[in-house]
Design a protein around this ligand. Sequence first.
Ligand code: DGT
Ligand code: CA
Ligand code: CA
Ligand code: ZN
Length: 601
Amino acid sequence: MATNAEVAAAFEELAVLSEILGANVFKVNAFRKAARAVEALSGEATAMSVAELKEIDGLGASTAAKVHEFAEKRSMAELEELRAQVPAGLKEVLAIQGIGPKTARALWLDAGVVDLASLKKAIEAGAVEKLPRMGAKTIANMKEAIAFAESSRGRVRIAEALPLAERLVAELARLPFVERVAYAGSLRRGKETIGDIDILASSTDPATLMEAFRTRDEVAKVLASGETKTSVMTTTGVQVDLRVVPLGRFGAALQYFTGSKEHNVALRERAVARGFRLNEYGLFRIGGKVGKEGPVADDAEPAAAREEKDIYSTLGLDWMEPTLREDRGEIAAFEHGAKHVAVVTLGDIKAELHSHTTASDGAMSIDELVEAALARGFHTIAITDHSKSQFQANGLDEKRLRAHIKAIHEARARHPKIRIWAGSEVDILADGSLDYSDEVLAELDWVVASPHNALKQEPRAATERLLKAIAHPLVHVIGHPTGRIVNGRPGLEPAMNEIFAAAREHGTALEINAHHMRLDLRDVHVKGAVDAGCRLAIDCDVHGREDFDELRYGILTAQRGWLPKAQCLNCLDRDALEAWRVARRSAKPLGAAKPQASLSS
Ligand code: DGT
Ligand code: CA
Ligand code: CA
Ligand code: ZN
């Protein structure tokens, strides 16, 4: 059965391809409408009859039939036809910010562009500037976006890899001849993007295991397959490597293939300094059997190999979270006896401080959102719908906001077990001023201030903009501070050290937006903020019920930034969090904020 999201994606692709091919606007719009209609359905589209489907607003006879076709064949004949007519590489051109189907069509037909490489050449050769509506600024933006796309090429966002890896590991673990299986690599380290998924397994029957792996439904192409390693490409475009290792060496392989490479290099140096040799087969005492190239590793008895933690402990180290293994000081920090960081974990999170309802662009009512937060075991939920400038997200003007605040406060009586804050995600405008007046902001319990527009600002302007919001006495937290989208757009590039210093000084928290598309602050910024002594919030930016599940990505990013529980707002208990909220405001009465000039150099 195909999911509604898959059907909607097929319609969206039909719309894009037909627009590139110059289909009439009605046809293109019909596909777009169908995509939106299917996406918004509460039931499974593919389980409905054509007659039922036709009744749905946004679907007609022909699109309804296509839903059925997709349910049966997992594709549509028309989609296959269109795909055959459009160069496959145009997809990556379309993925560039600012290039829509119409521009892609012009680039293709009038400038011979068929993929990113030819687009670059066409720009250099001056063929693009001859096209209509291609000003110098548009072309400069395009060049920047191409460079960004190239830097993220071949890497998928973590949310495209983690659930897939978990499914593979769980299902391989169930095979009777599989003894142990785990994923390693950048995925285990929780990086925001993943080059490939590395899976390790021990098996009593490796050949059958490889066969079972190669023939799985997700596999589109087998890239290489041998006795100990098989690489495949999935239908979703993710490369997965499966390695079979002896059970007695599983821990060593897990350590090695988890990496990072930099961490491994540092660990290997430590091993050598202590008279060991470390590789993917184990930790070996030097002085054993020696071959032509030095001590022979894989046939000598290892000092540690079966369990990862034994490798670390034999080297005088405590086991550390894979998220910390980037050679950023973790080896010194985890010496036996050192008092090391206890990084925040999923179970520590007790509050969601950034969420949207149907009042702006969320999918849940106030009560549904509150119940979803309660179901997570949270003691506090801050409801923070968009402010008025976010008109495309149905942002609230002052009148609607006041009615919303009232409705939120009324909801408290219905949900005594959870603390409900009436908040706002207020836009930080390009000049650093906020989208509501101080008078209105003062009526809110909780204020998240976020940049949404003007995300191509010069670094200096971006810095000033954020500093102004940080210094604002009514702001509690800066939401997704840079506005970047993973693999999508770079966002603001402010002087982060100034941001951290100001956040620390004013007691304004900085957000790790947990959504896998954002992860903003990103890992290295989190580390900087932690070191500067800032408070951080980890928030899902909830728009729909399933967004609460994004929290795991925020936790991984937080861990990669060494965030201790003590510096994370969402880990405070109910009363301590309320006390922080109140203190943040009373510490800085209106108008008492430091003049901002003192912060900039
Ligand atoms: P990715 O896949 O690009 O997101 O990043 P990783 O870290 O998963 O890298 P990958 O898949 O090439 O290799 C998995 C791990 O294997 C890596 O984190 C560390 C280890 N590894 C791979 N090549 C080397 C190497 O040349 N030296 C060392 N020390 N370790 C390596
Ligand atoms: Ca990898
Ligand atoms: Ca790999
Ligand atoms: Zn939001």
